[in-house]
Design a protein around this ligand. Sequence first.
Ligand code: 13P
Length: 253
Amino acid sequence: MRKQIAAANWKMNKTLAEGKELLSEIISADFQLTESRHVLFAIPFPYLTATSELIKAKTNMHITAQNCSNKTSGAYTGEVSVSMLKSIDINYCLVGHSERREYFAESNAILAEKVNLCLAESISPVFCCGEPLSVRDAATQNEFVELQLKESLFHLSADQIKNVIIAYEPIWAIGTGRTASAEQAQEMHAHIRSVIANQYGADIAENTSILYGGSVKGSNASEIFSMPDVDGGLVGGASLVATEFIQIINALK
Ligand code: 13P
């Protein structure tokens, strides 16, 4: 059975004290995380260790990096390698968030390198894909997302792809308050699953978690997560408010 995942993406927000307070409030809430329900917190680099400490007694909760370098080590000032992440027991990392693609020129080819490095260190990449508004308006979103998957993931073996989580985040729905409708999310998630099935077979596709991201809130999470191919969400703004994110965790199937 594939995992249902509520993933918080704090982006570049919160001081350490604020972040610890937020995390403490969320993890002290009364919710049940079974083997198939997981929570990820993608947190700024400087707080990965301190926040890992806070959740260490919790099962099925994982501190996640928001990015990693596409280089292994060396003279790359300001970069953070996957082996550094592994050395502080980080097992998940966002790869290819649209903000990284847009503001830091991360191409599908660079993201393929990051995915490879993560997997080599047994870090599960949360691979983000999704189209801009111009592509949605031209109704070519299926081809656009398919190319992102093909160029960054489809060189992987079947054993490797099993460790990848996919997050579909239509760029026009990120931070805009304009959520994709549950039907639009389902349509794209079903497409992504069928593309994975064509490449790797139905069994692997069935077991791949595909998260939706883009203006997920406490009030719309249940409807979106109830779609058969939506396995939870990657959440920005609403993950910074404890009551909202708790509601989102509780909306997982
Ligand atoms: P919002 O939830 O703020 O729209 O952000 C989505 C996102 O980019 C999560 O990675």
